[in-house]
Design a protein around this ligand. Structure first.
Ligand SMILES: NC(=O)c1ccc[n+]([C@@H]2O[C@H](COP(=O)([O-])OP(=O)(O)OC[C@H]3O[C@@H](n4cnc5c(N)ncnc54)[C@H](OP(=O)(O)O)[C@@H]3O)[C@@H](O)[C@H]2O)c1
Length: 354
């Protein structure tokens, strides 16, 4: 096996992505080396490139999401074999970044792919799903979740039957997974916001009502939701987390309800993990299953993931394939970071790098 691989490198803080080479890492105990066939772009990759967010040392390799084949097993790995098709999430260190041809993954948080799922589709899953799942079912804490019982825990499937929920940003990657998980949890109605052109995509994930946020701006959302359901809304997942969406979400939330935000909580919604007015709580999720505080949760999610994907209960995001291998991820990251992508995940093939 070759000792070197192609990688999209960040050489210093603020420097643009540069195509280069670096050593193929060796898996430690409990890890596997994955040959990456498909890598997907997330907004965080833009923050990593532009501002050095989460970078421990340069040269750095960005990229959180990937799917590929297991190439080398580390010591003590039992659940996987060489050649298994898997998806996995990175954590912020160069040997695990997915904008390269080979990366390390923790074996218990690498899920085998059902035959029906392509590498491209599978690569859209890890970060978006982790952020939705940790936000709804993760434990309460400063960077925690709403602590609901997950559908893969005993008694969790359908537990919140016929309670209404709101997902702000249903066509976003995170929003798509939040809707699907809330459906598995039994929530109904599931109300969401998106552009009118994406109504079908959001409904296909499980939303029962989709409100166009262009014609119904967020200050008008509480009235629009009240026109759909008169029941109290115990869970709002705000995948967009702008100032005005958080304000609307907080107003819609029932007493003792939970709001999940993906960006910094606004002053209007209280402090994460603490009870605010009427016992309402906001959770500021950290959507990484490999963060030490989240690994036990991540193991549970990944143990259930292959089955959920095989049954179709969880579906991947829509894929937009980028031509040109690793180099294409530079422009792709800029488009995602500048919010120019609607209702799709950008995916590239690292092995097709010239
Ligand atoms: N805290 C964490 O750990 C964590 C993890 C992952 C993501 N995030 C953050 O969560 C956010 C979502 O991430 P993502 O990967 O899901 O993003 P994404 O898929 O790139 O988001 C694109 C989507 O955002 C939608 N959108 C934009 N403005 C909107 C608005 N005002 N109302 C409703 N929808 C709107 C667009 O919908 P239309 O095209 O339909 O208009 C578009 O489909 C980002 O800010 C990201 O940085 C945080």
């Amino acid at each position: 096996m070759a000792a070197q691989q192609k990688a999209l490198l960040l050489l210093s803080k603020g420097a643009p992505f540069t195509l280069g080479t670096r050593a193929i890492p060796k898996p430690g105990p409990g890890q596997v080396l994955v040959k990456i066939e498909s890598a997907a772009v997330n907004p965080v990759d833009y923050y990593v490139e532009q501002a050095g967010f989460f970078v421990d040392a340069y040269p750095f390799v960005a990229g959180s999401d990937a799917a590929g084949t297991v190439d080398v097993l580390g010591e003590g790995v039992t659940g996987l074999q060489k050649g298994d098709r898997v998806l996995f999430q990175s954590v912020f260190t160069a040997d695990r970044g997915t904008f390269q041809q080979y990366a390390l993954a923790d074996a218990t948080r690498a899920a085998k792919l059902p035959k029906s799922l392509s590498f491209d589709e599978a690569s859209t899953v890890p970060l978006g799903l982790a952020t939705a799942a940790l936000g709804i079912y993760g434990p309460i804490g400063p960077r925690g979740g709403a602590a609901l019982t997950s559908p893969w825990a005993p008694g969790g499937l359908g537990k919140y039957k016929d309670q209404p929920a709101l997902v702000v940003g249903g066509s976003s990657s995170v929003g798509q997974f939040a809707i699907q998980l809330l459906k598995l949890s039994g929530f109904n109605s599931i109300i969401s916001t998106a552009s009118a052109k994406n109504v079908d995509y959001v409904k296909a994930a499980g939303a029962t009502h989709v409100i166009d946020y262009h014609t119904t701006p967020y200050p008008s959302l509480p009235a629009a939701v009240a026109g759909i359901t008169s029941l109290p809304v115990p869970l709002v997942y705000d995948a967009i987390s702008s100032e005005d969406s958080q304000k609307a979400a907080w107003a819609i939330l029932a007493p003792r309800g939970n709001l999940v935000v993906t960006l910094q909580p606004s002053a209007a919604v209280g402090k994460p993990g603490e009870e605010g007015e009427d016992g309402k709580r906001v959770a500021h999720v950290f959507g990484n299953v490999n963060a030490p505080v989240n690994t036990a949760f991540g193991d549970g999610l990944y143990a259930a993931l292959t089955g959920l994907l095989e049954s179709g209960e969880l579906k991947p995001n829509k894929v937009e394939l980028l031509a040109g291998g690793l180099a294409s991820l530079a422009k792709g990251t800029e488009r995602v970071g500048k919010r120019e992508v609607s209702a799709a995940k950008l995916v590239a093939h690292p092995q097709e790098t010239a």
